[in-house]
Design a protein around this ligand. Structure first.
Ligand SMILES: [Zn+2]
Length: 268
């Protein structure tokens, strides 16, 4: 993957624009449906134990959710927006290697027995969600086999997403990958319109910004999207799906397959 950013740049932007991550200190109410799909898959008794510890937060552009090699303080269940798993090289260059949205959780190392990782996670598409303290989360995880089962299935699905993306970057065209990423973001935002900087899209696609301008321009001329001042509007979702590579459908199906056996409390 091409390196497209620097750690220093990320850190600075995080400090200048990441204020909105402060906890509002309010927990979700018992009657509120879970927007985060993973929380929605937990058995009621597990969720009720977590609920008082979950605090509602907003997620600002470039806000850091955890840093490489530092202890992870919180787990984040994103409801809208997208978190980006970033790997930073010795020279400071960074590349995006995975994404987390409302289907998942930020803080996987905690589930796998560690409290830090060589990667960082920060917010690339602003939104909101709930978070809880890492220590409390680990306590609840140790207590509940059903909760561990859901979290490990997600860990498996996430690994598959990263593996799919590695192959996708190798074999599929820039335009196909651009379509895939736009559709994935749409699914996570549950909206045809969202904020997405060219810088982030470039990092997702492993290209320079000029490559993004070219690919997005082609999709715009084809009448599939409108992309203006960092705001994407998907005009023709079916058309975009036809132009995306197979990886979009595969990743989507894989999440559904792994998690479908567990009925969401939000449906039925
Ligand atoms: Zn692909």
């Amino acid at each position: 993957m091409r390196s497209v950013g620097s750690r220093e740049k990320i850190r600075k932007n995080g400090l200048s624009r990441g204020k909105s991550g402060k906890s509002g200190a309010s927990s979700p109410k018992p009657s509120e449906p879970c927007v985060n799909r993973l929380l929605g898959l937990l058995p009621r008794k597990d969720y009720e134990r977590l609920r008082p510890h979950l605090k509602r937060i907003s997620l600002g552009y470039r806000q850091s959710l955890y840093r490489a090699h530092k202890p992870i303080s919180y787990v984040y269940f994103i409801e809208s927006g997208v978190g980006s798993l970033v790997n930073t090289m010795a020279n400071g260059d960074s590349a995006e290697v995975g994404t987390i949205g409302n289907e998942g959780v930020v803080g996987l190392p905690l589930m796998l027995g560690d409290n830090r990782a060589p990667t960082s996670v920060y917010v690339q598409v602003p939104g909101g969600g709930v978070r809880m303290k890492a220590a409390q989360f680990k306590k609840e995880l140790a207590r509940s086999a059903s909760m561990r089962a859901v979290m490990l299935l997600y860990a498996h699905a996430f690994f598959n997403q990263v593996a799919q993306s590695a192959a996708c970057n190798q074999f599929h065209s820039l335009e196909q990958r651009c379509c895939r990423w736009l559709l994935m973001t749409r699914d996570r935002m549950q909206s045809d319109q969202f904020l997405l900087t060219q810088e982030f899209l470039a990092m997702m696609l492993g290209v320079q910004r000029t490559g993004v301008t070219f690919a997005a321009g082609a999709l715009q001329r084809a009448g599939l999207i409108n992309y203006r001042r960092g705001r994407v509007t998907i005009i023709d979702r079916r058309g975009l799906t036809r132009r995306a590579c197979e990886c979009y459908g595969i990743s989507k199906l894989e999440f559904d397959r792994l998690l479908a056996g567990r009925k969401s409390r939000n449906v039925g």
